[in-house]
Write a protein that binds this ligand. Structure first.
Ligand SMILES: NC(=O)C1=CN([C@@H]2O[C@H](COP(=O)(O)OP(=O)(O)OC[C@H]3O[C@@H](n4cnc5c(N)ncnc54)[C@H](O)[C@@H]3O)[C@@H](O)[C@H]2O)C=CC1
Ligand SMILES: O=C(O)[C@H]1O[C@H](OP(=O)(O)OP(=O)(O)OC[C@H]2O[C@@H](n3ccc(=O)[nH]c3=O)[C@H](O)[C@@H]2O)[C@H](O)[C@@H](O)[C@@H]1O
Length: 440
């Protein structure tokens, strides 16, 4: 098939590359000229394992084309995917400016009947509005072109995006016509060994499914973080409790790891957007509101423990941070708990020495300028520890899981560790470490 993907970010670039890998001809279109020029030279705008290799191989096969020329792409495609960003506005609602601007561009450039598929995460009802918007522009151009619309939300996780895309748990397709379902089923057939993984439904339910999936996962995490806090005051251990409840098939082990809060570009914005959609439609969601409140508090848990140990005034103290990315496997720091931890420590007079395998550069861009002078970034994990008063682990990169504790002990000025992801074994206490974890 011939596809245009509008928006070459995490989702557009990864899904476009995976479609090309299956032999489709894919145009990845973006308005960001630098990004497109870099991609033509196999320079990746994001860190995602194995992405660079797949992009290079598919460009060499001429199945993957990066361009800013939407018209050239649309003229040669029969399916158009919208994968532009839908960030959070200040009031918590989804900002659809990029969606409508891309819809404008489609309306002004399209020259033949096409299927438009919304892959971005959009509020319920948006797909129909986008179709109307494109049709109005086409009509104003005096043309008679048929547009079909579908919703096909994306469920990939950063850090394992290629794997998720190649082997999805499910593919959700929301559409109105049998021929649209058939076309998209054919497109996705190579990605699913079992056809029951392709789930078809109406367009609005498909849009809703995306928000509900993310909100359910965020709810599981906030629930477990609350349980961790209760474990802490009662003397129970949340790691044991997780194993105890996860063994029940109805609950499962996944996404019930307590920690220092969820971050990323999607959980915070999608839970908020669902709250806003509900309120706009006259329903006040109590549970979802509290999922966000619990998470906001959880991002403060590590610093609360630091203050309990060292006092409110952290002047003269240096804290070593392991992990800046919002999760392992990515250089993305959007809504990362590390930002909250680092800012609070500096606000209390402390200094930071930070290491992350991939996210140092993105973090430098994301953090407010006023904090940057109080942070020293290092490229070797043990250098971050030199003479620090404590080590604070915020992101559970694999290389932190089994470190050399003798080296840590030698380099730290005090043998104190705050483990925000519960990855260290409490037996290090026997080696003289003070270990503070979440809910243990
Ligand atoms: N990041 C993730 O892991 C996931 C994101 N999503 C959803 O997918 C959507 C996209 O997210 P990301 O890929 O993270 O966004 P992103 O911000 O990484 O990329 C969006 C891209 O769209 C481009 N763009 C904006 N307007 C354009 C236009 N008119 N024409 C062409 N390109 C345009 C931007 O230049 C940018 O390169 C969002 O709705 C997000 O919620 C869904 C699943 C996973
Ligand atoms: O819509 C999206 O953008 C994506 O959002 C999440 O993916 P992602 O944000 O990449 O990362 P996750 O692995 O879900 O982790 C999100 C956050 O939750 C935290 N988390 C995760 C699991 C857990 O048990 N505990 C926990 O605190 C992570 O540390 C991280 O900060 C969803 O998992 C994807 O299915 C979805 O497509």
């Amino acid at each position: 098939m011939k596809l245009t993907i509008i928006g070459t970010g995490y989702v557009g670039l990864v899904t476009g590359t995976c479609f090309a890998e299956m032999g489709n001809k894919v145009y990845c279109v973006d308005i960001d000229e630098k990004k497109i020029n870099d991609l033509k030279n196999n320079i990746m705008p994001i860190y995602e394992p194995n992405l660079d290799t797949l992009v290079r191989e598919n460009q060499e096969k001429h199945d993957l084309i990066f361009t800013t020329d939407l018209k050239e792409a649309l003229d040669d495609s029969n399916i158009i995917f919208l994968a532009v960003g839908t960030p959070m506005r200040e009031d918590g609602s989804a900002n659809l400016d990029y969606i409508y601007s891309a819809a404008d561009n489609i309306g002004n450039s399209i020259s033949k009947d096409s299927l438009v598929v919304i892959k971005s995460t959009v509020p319920i009802g948006t797909a129909f509005k986008v179709k109307e918007h494109i049709e109005e522009i086409i009509a104003s151009r005096g043309l008679d072109i048929n547009i079909d619309i579908a919703s096909n939300p994306e469920f990939l996780k950063e850090g394992v995006a290629i794997e998720d895309c190649m082997h999805p748990d499910r593919v959700i397709i929301g559409a109105e016509k049998e021929e649209v379902f058939d076309l998209l089923k054919d497109l996705y057939a190579p990605f699913v060994s079992k056809h029951d993984r392709i789930i078809t439904m109406d367009v609005k339910s498909s849009e809703m499914t995306k928000y509900v999936a993310n909100s359910m996962l965020a709810t599981k995490i906030s629930f477990m973080n609350e349980i961790a806090n209760i474990c802490e005051v009662t003397g129970a251990n949340v790691k044991n409790v997780r194993i105890g409840i996860g063994s029940d098939k109805r609950i499962g082990y996944d996404f019930i790891y307590a920690g220092c809060g969820y971050g990323g570009s999607c959980f915070p914005k999608d839970v908020q957007a669902l709250i806003n959609t509900s309120i706009d439609n006259g329903y006040t969601p109590e549970l979802l509101n509290h999922v966000e409140i619990v998470n906001a508090n959880q991002k403060k848990v590590l610093v609360n423990k630091v203050v309990k140990r060292f006092g409110e005034d952290l002047s003269g103290l240096t804290f070593s941070i392991w992990g800046l990315a919002f999760k392992p496997g990515t250089d993305d720091v959007r809504e990362a708990p590390s930002i909250e931890v680092i800012k609070s420590i500096i606000d209390k007079g402390g200094k930071i020495r930070a290491y992350d395998p991939k996210a140092i550069e993105t973090f430098k861009v994301a953090i407010d300028d006023k904090y940057i002078d109080s942070i020293e970034f290092v490229n070797y994990k043990y250098d971050a520890i030199n003479d620090a008063n404590a080590l604070i682990l915020v992101t559970e990169w694999k290389e932190f899981r089994n470190p050399d504790f003798e080296e840590i002990a030698e380099r730290l000025s005090e043998k104190i560790i705050f483990d925000g992801r519960n990855i260290f074994d409490s037996k290090i206490k026997e080696e003289g470490f003070e270990l503070y974890q979440i809910g243990c």
